[in-house]
Each structure stands twice: as structure tokens, then as C-alpha cells.
Design a protein around this ligand. Structure first.
Ligand code: AMP
Length: 469
């Protein structure tokens, strides 16, 4: 488990041909925090598709040459990926493109299907051949099959949604249309907006609309399909209201960028609230509150507001060291390159350290040690999420139970394992305060799943074993 997350989707539709690849580049840069393994852009130039995708960051995959190789056009879709299903291979780069009887289609997906195994098995038994190990190809197959017997791509997608279960925020490109859809629970965010020159943009997070200079119009509703075409914007709501709203609460805690607004709630405000709750439920006498950069900063501020303990900047993160950084010899040295303590802020002090989550406990242990080495007298760890106890089937990469420290140890044991003087987690029953009353999914904390759960588990469930003859 790194410090990284899942996927981001993006799409644009312009009234006349423009540099849509350039617009996608801007959108993907703003969504980079949602996935760093691979990225891609597919441009639709009057029904002819051009694409570029590869492993790497947006700035590594797209240089001037790659962007110029994609023509001016009216539509494009794009994706950044952190694989939660399937291995880190080129075949899993998105958006995926398929040829089918009615033309071409490109598809980018954020989320995980909880019934992917069953759906894929049924398709394979009927002769389908898969190129990748991602759920997205399964969705593409089902949509294109439905397209054979439906009059439009959006109706094919709607029919496909009858069988898909789990998390999917999708952007889809057909020869004539840009289409987006959000699953009936609305696990993953999705919204759209418009630029002053009439270009529509769809994005996983509103921060990408802002980067483009687009005005946020609204979130895509749970279960909704929105179609952008030369005839305007239409909404299809036959899957709306069929399931209770279950936005992933971890989007607010960790995934999303603080300036994004998801389903009407600003992520930054939500994190401040988490910090305030921590200060109320796990108070402590201390001299300074600091956040673990970057995901703990907003909650640390909230903790400081509520407790009255001054907020300080005790830790500095090196912005230029990515997760692919390989420490020359000693891998433990890595954290010292990524993070450093400001001695004058913490030496001799009782420090409250706020972070968003503990998975294996490795990060927390190192950060606590860093603060002690800088002279901190006490370190009180506060976590703006409840303990991770259960796997996620909807697109959050959570280690298997055997690696989750909270599955094997009590809170006091974890405190001593990470070397903290005390440890406090956000209480499960307070999570509702983070989404301002919107329905949310907290399965990774509570074990209560909104859908049936997969019979075959594990990220690599579709990787073919060598023994498969
Ligand atoms: P660990 O060292 O395993 O306890 O990892 C904890 C750190 O991983 C936290 O500080 C989080 O910022 C980060 N984290 C939590 N959940 C995820 C996730 N699903 N994907 C990537 N990073 C995560």
C-alpha cells in the first residue's frame, strides 16, 4: 500500500473543434491525486478515434509531442489510474477503446464492480475474450452487447446498468456523444460544468472543472445517465432512486482534493469537522497540533480550532519524491527523504499529530519516530477515520485483513506499536457529520456492505494463472 488512491475520469464536449486533448491534460493534472500508475486520453474527431495512454504520471505520459499528435476535435475522454483491480500493466491503461457493430466506443471507469467475477465468467462462457484484467472491459462488453438490440448507446448503457452491481462512475465516448453515468448508490463522485465558451466538462471531482475555468453545474445523481450531444444535454433517470445513496466516506477523509465539493459538501470543510470531532471525543493536553502532510492537514486545523491548542507546521513533505522513488540501499531511509520535522516547532513539546488513517501502521510509526528524533516530548496520534477493519469492494485499495493493523490489535496495542503516547480514532457513529446528512458507505470501517459481496476476492482475481491451459 502506497500513499495513493484509485482513479479519476474526465471528459469534454465542445461546440466546435478545439484542442480537446489539451483540455483533458489540464483536467487530468487536477485529478492526478486520484491515480498515478497510468493515464490516457481518447479524442473523437468526427467518429475517428485517436488515443495516447501509458504507464506514468500525466506529465510523464503527455509531452508536447504526444498532445500534438491528438487532433483538434469536439469530444474527448480521459483517465488517471491507480489500479484497484488488475495488475499495473499497459493492457489495463484507460480509457479502453472497443470496436463494435455500431461503431467505436471509448470508456473510462472509476470504481469496482462487486459482481465483476460473475459477469465476466458469464461473458467468457459465451465466448468473450478479454485483453485486460480490469472491470472496465466487462462493462464495455455488456454495453456493446446491449447495443445490438437497443436503438441508442444511452439505452444500451441503461440496460447494462440493470446487471452491473457496485461502484462505477463512467465517462463514455460514442461516435456522436459524450455520456457519463454514476451507479445507483453513487459510491464514487462525478460532476459536470461548462466553460464560458460553451465547452461541457465531466469530472470525478469539481477541482478539475475549476482548473479548466469551467463553472460547476451539478453533481451527476446516483443512478443517472447524462448525455452530451449536438442536440444538447439530456438526463436519463430510470436507475435513480432505486438504491439508497452511499457515497464513499473515504472520499471525504482521504481520496478527494480538499477544494473539491462532492454532493454539495466541500471536502476541506468535512475534514475540518473530522478534526473538531476528534478534539471533542479524544481530547488531550498538548502544546501544538500538527497534521501529517498532506492528508492530515485540514483535520489538524479542525482539531486546533476546537481544542484551542495552537496549530503548527511540524512536518515538511518533499513534493518532488514520488511513490516510485527507490531508496538506494536502506528502504527505511525513504521516509526521511519524503518527510522532515521542523525541530524548533516540536522540540520539548507535547505534540498532537493528526493523520487520515492507519493501514499497516508503517507510516505512523515512522512519523512518530521522526517527531521524537526532533525532540518532541509527547506524541498523541489522532486519526480522522475509524479503524480499517474490512475490505472494500468499491474501489478503495485496502490491504487484506491480515495486514490491517486494527484487525489484529487493540487501540492501546496500536499506540504502543507505533510508539505514540496515546491514540484516538474518529468514532464510527460520528461519520455522518462528514457528509452533512447525505447517505454514505462506511463498509471498510463497519463491515456493513450496501451490495452483495464478491465470492472471489483479491485485486488479482482476473490475472490468469500459468496453469490455465
Ligand atoms: P500505513 O503505513 O500502511 O499505515 O499507511 C497509512 C497511510 O496510507 C495513511 O497516512 C494514508 O494517507 C495512506 N492511505 C490510506 N488509505 C489508502 C489507500 N486506500 N490508498 C493509498 N494510500 C492510503
Amino acid at each position: 500500500m502506497g500513499t495513493h488512491e484509485e482513479c479519476g475520469v474526465f471528459g469534454v464536449m465542445a461546440p466546435t473543434p478545439v484542442d480537446v486533448a489539451g483540455l483533458c491534460y489540464v483536467g487530468l493534472q487536477a485529478l492526478q491525486h486520484r491515480g498515478q500508475e497510468s493515464c490516457g486520453i481518447v479524442v473523437n474527431d468526427d467518429g475517428v478515434f485517436f488515443s495516447h495512454k501509458d504507464l506514468g504520471l500525466v506529465s510523464e505520459v503527455f509531452g508536447k509531442r504526444e498532445l500534438e499528435s491528438l487532433p483538434a476535435a469536439t469530444m474527448a475522454v480521459a483517465h488517471v489510474r491507480y489500479g484497484t483491480t488488475g495488475s499495473n500493466s499497459r493492457a489495463n491503461c484507460q480509457p479502453i477503446e472497443v470496436n463494435h457493430q455500431k461503431g467505436r466506443m471509448a470508456l473510462a471507469h472509476n470504481g469496482n464492480l462487486s459482481n465483476a467475477t460473475e459477469l465476466r465468467m458469464a461473458l467468457e462462457l459465451s465466448g468473450a475474450i478479454f485483453h485486460s484484467s480490469s472491470d472496465t472491459e466487462t462493462i464495455a462488453y455488456i454495453v456493446t452487447r446491449e447495443r445490438l438490440t437497443t436503438p441508442s448507446i444511452e439505452e444500451a448503457l441503461s440496460r447494462a446498468m440493470d446487471t452491473l452491481e457496485g461502484a462505477y462512475s463512467l465517462v463514455l465516448l460514442s461516435p456522436q456523444k459524450l455520456i457519463c453515468a454514476r451507479d445507483p448508490h453513487g459510491f464514487r463522485p462525478l460532476c459536470y460544468g461548462k466553460t464560458p465558451d460553451g465547452i461541457y466538462a465531466v469530472a470525478s471531482e469539481s477541482c478539475a472543472l475549476q482548473a479548466l475555468g469551467a463553472t460547476f453545474i451539478r453533481d451527476v445523481n446516483s443512478g443517472e445517465i447524462v448525455v452530451f450531444s449536438k442536440d444538447g444535454v439530456t438526463s436519463h433517470r430510470e436507475h435513480c432512486g432505486l438504491a439508497p445513496k452511499r457515497t464513499c466516506v473515504f472520499e471525504y477523509i482521504y481520496f478527494a482534493r480538499p477544494d473539491s465539493v462532492i454532493d454539495g459538501v466541500e471536502v476541506h470543510t468535512s475534514r475540518i469537522e473530522a478534526g473538531r470531532i476528534l478534539a471533542r471525543t479524544h481530547p488531550v493536553d498538548a502544546d501544538i497540533v500538527i497534521g501529517a502532510p498532506d492528508s492530515g492537514l485540514d483535520a489538524a486545523l479542525g482539531f486546533s480550532h476546537k481544542s484551542g491548542i495552537p496549530y503548527g507546521i511540524g512536518l515538511i513533505k518533499n513534493k518532488y519524491v514520488g511513490r516510485t522513488f527507490i531508496a538506494p540501499t536502506d528502504r527505511k531511509g525513504q521516509v526521511k527523504i519524503k518527510l522532515a520535522a521542523i525541530e524548533s516547532e516540536v522540540a520539548g513539546k507535547r505534540v498532537v499529530l493528526v493523520d487520515d488513517s492507519i493501514v499497516r501502521g508503517t507510516t505512523s510509526r515512522r512519523v512518530v519516530q521522526l517527531l521524537r528524533d526532533a525532540g518532541a516530548r509527547e506524541v498523541h496520534m489522532r486519526i480522522s477515520a475509524p479503524p480499517f477493519l474490512h475490505p472494500c469492494f468499491y474501489g478503495t485499495d485496502i490491504d487484506s485483513e491480515e495486514h490491517l493493523i486494527a484487525c489484529r490489535h487493540t487501540v492501546d496495542e496500536i499506540a504502543s506499536l507505533i510508539g505514540a503516547d496515546s491514540l484516538g480514532y474518529l468514532p464510527l457513529e460520528e461519520l455522518g457529520c462528514l457528509t452533512c446528512g447525505n447517505g454514505y458507505c462506511d463498509a471498510c470501517f463497519s463491515g456493513t456492505y450496501p451490495t452483495s459481496t464478491p465470492t472471489v476476492r483479491g485485486k488479482d482475481r482476473f490475472e490468469r494463472r500459468l496453469s490455465d491451459a
